[in-house]
Design a protein. Structure first.
Length: 379
């Protein structure tokens, strides 16, 4: 790798020119039959050693590159950045990433009729279905999240998501009837799911799973794990805004990501808050990304499992820093439902987990609600 201009200048002025002068005083006299003094020889040797060391150090410093790989998955895009010296076979690595993400889709995509979740949703009650180890892992984390949030996160709200037009069916352009919502509520409840070892069953016939609120986070975790398995320790993985930063971007410099401004018109254009990620996951849920307008009023895609209605508590964004993106993704959704007081209290009881909940006032201004250990804003 070529040296940068500054280093070339230093190399020329501080090392090469003095080395040439010493060479003249040391070795040219030899050609005339004279032996140079020991001082000249010592200086020449030191110069040569320093030159070799400096060139090696420079090569190590400037070898680090940011390699990028991207593709489509889960109805959105994934982006991977790898800080690594030398060459990476992007084609082979991308094939591995795509295969890993396809495995996630094969388990949890509701748009694939052959996926594990789609097949489960069609099974009768009390009919055990054998599922993959990966799906078992996700469901165990989902059950823990359901218990932790006292039902604020619920992976069985598909009937409610559908009638509001956010699921596999489209919105009808009008408010669902209260009777329709109450009927759908009877077909929800993660406690009606039976998970025993590698088998999954339902207690009620119309119970269905929708893991959309943690699927992307799980996908991010899987890609980050794949990269580590392939000896890449400094990586940034993002799927649809959910992200994991492993290691560092550069020595001493963490990966930097942004939390979007919770504005329905400018959410993709402005960064509300920059966050440094080092061996952490960040996921954000908000009412500004996916919503419907019914009777000239906007309704969020975040459904309160206890009421069957979209949340309307003033929370417009919830971001979670956690050790895994699966947890961060699901918990961010739960915090949208729980609101700032209960949400902050919960996160403050959790180890290695922090959050930022943004509440919008009637005048349009934002109030930031932080957990006790959320990183201070950098200046």
């Amino acid at each position: 790798m070529s040296l940068n201009l500054h280093f070339r200048h230093v190399l020329l002025s501080a090392i090469i020119i003095p080395a040439v002068n010493i060479f003249k005083h040391c070795w040219l006299p030899l050609s005339k039959g004279y032996f140079p003094g020991s001082g000249y020889l010592l200086r020449f040797c030191i110069t040569c050693i320093f030159l070799a060391t400096a060139m090696n150090a420079s090569a190590g410093t400037h070898d680090a590159q940011i390699h990028e790989i991207s593709g489509k998955t889960m109805g959105t895009f994934y982006h991977v950045k790898i800080s690594h010296p030398g060459i990476i076979d992007r084609v082979i690595l991308k094939n591995k990433i795509d295969a890993r993400l396809q495995a996630v889709n094969d388990s949890m995509s509701m748009y694939l009729k052959t996926s594990e979740i789609s097949r489960f949703n069609r099974t009768p009650k009390h009919t055990p279905m054998v599922i993959s180890d990966g799906f078992v892992l996700v469901l165990n984390q989902a059950r823990a999240l359901y218990d932790l949030t006292e039902g604020a996160w619920d992976g069985t709200v598909k009937p409610l998501v559908d009638i509001w037009g956010f699921g596999t069916t489209r919105a009808k352009g009008k408010m669902p009837a209260k009777a329709t919502i109450n009927k759908a509520l009877k077909n929800t409840g993660f406690d009606k799911i039976i998970l025993f070892k590698n088998t999954l069953a339902k207690k009620e016939p119309n119970i269905t799973l929708d893991m959309g609120s943690i699927a992307k986070g799980y996908g991010v975790d899987q890609v980050a794990r794949l990269l580590l398995e392939n000896q890449f320790e400094n990586t940034l993985v993002e799927i649809g805004g959910e992200v994991v930063g492993s290691g560092e971007k550069r020595p001493g410099k963490p990966w930097n990501v942004g939390i979007a401004t919770p504005d329905k018109q400018f959410a993709k254009q402005t960064v509300y808050r920059a966050i440094a990620l080092q061996n952490k996951a960040l996921a954000t849920s908000g009412d500004y990304r996916n919503f419907v307008v019914l009777n000239k009023k906007a309704y969020s895609h975040i459904i309160d499992p206890s009421t069957g209605y979209p949340v309307k508590n003033g929370v417009v964004s919830a971001s979670v820093l956690a050790d895994t993106c699966t947890l961060a993704d699901g918990l961010a959704t739960a915090l949208m439902v729980m609101g700032p007081q209960k949400g902050i209290a919960l996160v403050n009881r959790m180890a290695t987990t922090e959050c930022l909940i943004i509440v919008q006032e009637a005048d349009g201004s934002f109030i930031n609600c932080y957990s006790s250990g959320f990183p201070a804003k950098s200046h």
